[in-house]
Design a protein around this ligand. Structure first.
Ligand SMILES: *[C@@H]1O[C@H](CO)[C@@H](O)[C@H](O)[C@H]1NC(C)=O
Ligand SMILES: *[C@@H]1O[C@H](CO)[C@@H](O)[C@H](O)[C@H]1NC(C)=O
Ligand SMILES: *[C@@H]1O[C@H](CO)[C@@H](O)[C@H](O)[C@H]1NC(C)=O
Length: 263
């Protein structure tokens, strides 16, 4: 037991908030310059796994080669798992909303990049709306004495998603909970969703930041996309801000196979 504990604490000591912030800022710089794999070669393992919308692809064919003018970015940092999550919004040229999870190895090199790349035709996509609503929200660090534990933040995120398939689950929504869904804003505490059964959200990948009270979950989304209503469903990620154990903000990025998921 002791040995396992020592090994575990050694592995998680590899990254710090500062190292994750620095690498994530460099990733954002690479995304804006569009130099493709050479833009991140100093940051990543040579064999970094690159995924867009849950499909492994050639990194040189993805959004890192576009050269995106970023209007807005927000990041969270998981110093336990050594990962970061970043959302960017671009309104000019080809508009995008992109959510990216960077995972780091024990040498602080990125070993996996996964992005949900949303653009015109994806669920409620509206890049201008995404920037405007994002800017109105307050994601300041939570004062240290008021921070929720990692377990509380994760449980709030899971309850939100579990309730989609089980109406008996009551997620801890704040009275003023708001959801930025694509570029549309649902406010006033109306955050609960529920879908027809069978509805089971699988393949959850978490990034959790206690300082910002945030969890991001990449996951499969059954039902919504009319062309892939069952497993695995379409690709989604939800970024959730938790304050005092309650869900305050939700940002959903959902990729659609057909315009607005065929709805
Ligand atoms: C990301 O946002 C911060 C401010 O929140 C800004 O200083 C920085 O330049 C932005 N990065 C990019 C690449 O746009
Ligand atoms: C990727 O490269 C790293 C370092 O070169 C190595 O440790 C790791 O095993 C490689 N992973 C795969 C999947 O080949
Ligand atoms: C949902 O799917 C997961 C993974 O396939 C499985 O472990 C779990 O039992 C399922 N839950 C329900 C309620 O079907």
């Amino acid at each position: 037991m002791l040995l396992l504990f020592l090994l575990a604490s050694h592995a998680s000591a590899a990254c710090t908030r500062a190292s994750l912030q620095e690498a994530t800022a460099s990733y954002l710089a690479a995304l804006s310059t569009g130099k493709g794999p050479t833009g991140i070669s100093a940051l990543a393992e040579g064999n970094v796994t690159y995924q867009e919308n849950d499909a492994v692809m050639d990194i040189s064919k993805g959004v890192l080669s576009v050269g995106i003018k970023i209007d807005f970015n927000r990041s969270i940092y998981d110093t336990t798992e050594c990962a970061s999550y970043t959302e960017i919004v671009a309104t000019t040229g080809h508009p995008y909303v992109i959510g990216t999870r960077l995972a780091f190895n024990a040498d602080n090199k990125i070993n996996k990049i996964e992005s949900n790349v949303c653009d015109t035709g994806d669920w409620l996509f509206n890049a201008k709306g995404s920037v405007d609503y994002n800017k109105r929200e307050n994601w300041d660090p939570i004062p240290e004495a008021k921070r929720d534990s990692r377990a509380v933040i994760k449980a709030a995120g899971d309850a939100y998603i579990d309730a989609w398939g089980d109406a008996s689950i009551r997620p801890p929504f704040a009275k003023d909970c708001a959801r930025l869904e694509g570029g549309a804003y649902i406010s006033g505490g109306n955050c609960k969703l529920n879908f027809p059964p069978p509805f089971n959200v699988t393949n959850r990948r978490y990034t959790i930041d206690e300082e910002l009270g945030a969890v991001d979950i990449f996951h499969n989304f059954p039902f919504l996309d009319a062309s892939i209503p069952r497993d695995p469903g379409t690709q989604t990620n939800n970024l959730i801000r938790v304050e005092g154990g309650q869900i305050k903000y939700i940002h959903e990025n959902t990729v659609c196979a057909a315009k607005n998921c065929g709805r």
